[in-house]
Design a protein around this ligand. Structure first.
Ligand code: G1P
Length: 290
């Protein structure tokens, strides 16, 4: 069956960016001029996803507004002949987005369970908003291509520094069935550094079969006392194969301050409007702060 649907959990409180996220959804924090969630939606679109469900919570209305049309603004830009800006604004409405509110966030697994009726009986992808991924073929598309072959759930993983494995879901890999595609013995959420089965971390893109919902419905809270998607996937792996696909592209983790800053600088160095000035500024600054 074709993969057509994506779920973007966006109910988190964004505590790592307080006080900025007190009244502002963290998914709306911009990298230069584009909210982080738009990068995720664009990856979905480029991958051929047709329908997206965003799981939101309190204070997340600006996300809905961002992807809606704004007739007054559009008319204003038209009148002033600002066609480039008009195009940028119009692009954000060209996608089928659905929203559901999670009133009591109980973890990622619980957020994904909110998508049960939207997903129905189809395979689907889950895309987390903290990671912007870049590669020739979008990562979500890479997972979809794997699915065409295996018809099985497949998660994206990437090698991370060993001291950081306790921030992630980690896999215990078995043999590679194909280059870059692992059979998995076990999925562990946030293991202790000295107990982690590998340095291959789950990085926020999942292609899942609908049977995951049976697991989520009975999933007990795990690490951090939250209902963990990783734990449900580990149980799914016991009744049907779940694979891990190793991502070799670039990952920008915008979910913590330093990652957000690094991404802003790197994307700024590519942005036609600011790249030359920013390059000169960084050179100047590095001389000053020797
Ligand atoms: C979540 C998942 C974890 C995954 C990570 C990727 O954790 O629970 O398995 O490795 O995203 O970013 P969180 O970052 O929400 O703590």
């Amino acid at each position: 069956m074709k993969v057509r649907k994506a779920v973007i959990p966006a109910a988190g409180l964004g505590t790592r960016f307080l006080p900025a996220t007190k009244a502002l959804a963290k998914e709306m924090l911009p990298i230069i001029d584009k909210p982080t969630i738009q990068y995720i939606v664009e990856e979905a679109k480029k991958s051929g996803i047709e329908d997206i469900l965003v799981v939101t919570g309190k204070g997340k209305r600006p996300i809905e507004d961002h992807f809606d049309s704004v007739p007054e603004l559009e008319q204003n830009l038209k009148d002033k002949g600002k066609t480039d800006l008009l195009k940028l604004v119009e692009q954000t409405t060209d996608i089928n987005l659905y929203f559901i509110r999670q009133s009591h966030p109980r973890g990622l697994g619980d957020a994904v369970l909110m998508a049960k009726d939207f997903v129905g009986d189809e395979p689907f992808v889950v895309m987390l908003g903290d990671d912007i991924m870049e590669d020739k073929v979008p990562l979500t598309k890479q997972l979809m291509q794997r699915y065409e072959d295996t018809h099985a759930s497949t998660l994206a993983v990437m090698k991370v520094p060993h001291q950081e494995v306790n921030k992630y879901g980690v896999i215990d890999p078995a043999a590679q069935t194909k280059p870059g595609l692992y059979d998995v013995k076990r999925f562990v959420e946030k293991p202790d550094v000295d107990k982690a089965p590998s340095d291959l971390a789950i990085i926020g893109r999942y292609l899942l079969t609908p049977e995951i919902f049976q697991m989520l419905e009975t999933q007990k809270p795990g690490a951090g006392n939250e209902v963990q998607l990783t734990d449900a996937i580990d149980r799914l792996n016991k009744i049907q194969r779940v694979f891990a696909h190793e991502f070799k592209g670039d990952r920008f983790d915008v979910g913590y301050k330093f990652g957000y800053l690094k991404t802003s600088i790197e994307f700024g160095l590519r942005h036609p409007e600011v790249k030359d000035e920013l390059r000169a500024y960084i050179k100047d600054l590095s001389k000053k702060i020797k």
